[in-house]
Ligand binder design. Sequence first.
Ligand SMILES: O=C(O)CCC(=O)C(=O)O
Length: 276
Amino acid sequence: MNRRPPRPITEEEIRTYEEDGVVRLEGMFDEEWCERSLAVTLRLMASGQGRPRVVTKPGNPARFYGNVYMSKFDDTFLSLRSESPAPEIAATLMRVDAVRFFYDQLFVKEPGAEAPTHWHHDLPYWPFRGNHLISLWIALTPVTRASSGVEYLLGSHRWPKFYRPVTIDEDPAFANPDFEPCPDFSLRRGEPGLRFQSWDLKPGDVVCHHPLIVHGAGGNTSATQLRAGVSIRYLGSDVQWDPRPYTIPLGKPSGISPGEFPADDGLFPVIWRRSP
Ligand SMILES: O=C(O)CCC(=O)C(=O)O
């Protein structure tokens, strides 16, 4: 299994990430990473282990399945977060010399699963402020728009917006009434200024996105193709602890006050440093 990106990330790719809020990098994770991670994913879906969230629509058993913190109990996901190319890619795109792990999350849509991924951006779910939070959505299966490829609104990470979080199962524990609901941008295609982007992906491709880029996805309209991705989230250096209500319950970083960098090596371990 490859530990480093198979080629250097280019300055142009870093600038694309900065300007658009998202960049797709092809072929970053080898077949063994994808096969092993997918095998564990299927086992978790069958066993119910972890903190699954599952959404189906009436009369259709096909699931939109999510899980979080798999690396806390599974060795494959532990190595994927720490010993794969992922942390180096994160550090390079954020232009930082070290990254801390935040959490990992599975997003799987079985063939025919109708539930959409509601349009949202990620930062309102998290007890942080800052720019150095990045998600690497690693494709474990082939992905197309038809099989629910995630769509991104390019440049939306610079909008002056902070939309109300909405989980896949619309958990009210996240529905912060202080924030406006995120519009359903799929109804606004063709509107000037909205630049939609999604990619067909092969296993091992990765889409890296900024915490404020607005994104969403339709259901999986393929009758045969499972769509599975794992999002690994990392922190860089400008992040500030911002314990707002309605954010994910992480525990409190020890000895950290609001506004400070969350330097808690237990909760957010440093897992990658640039070699001198
Ligand atoms: O895979 C999906 O449907 C959603 C992914 C997502 O929202 C994320 O990675 O932040």
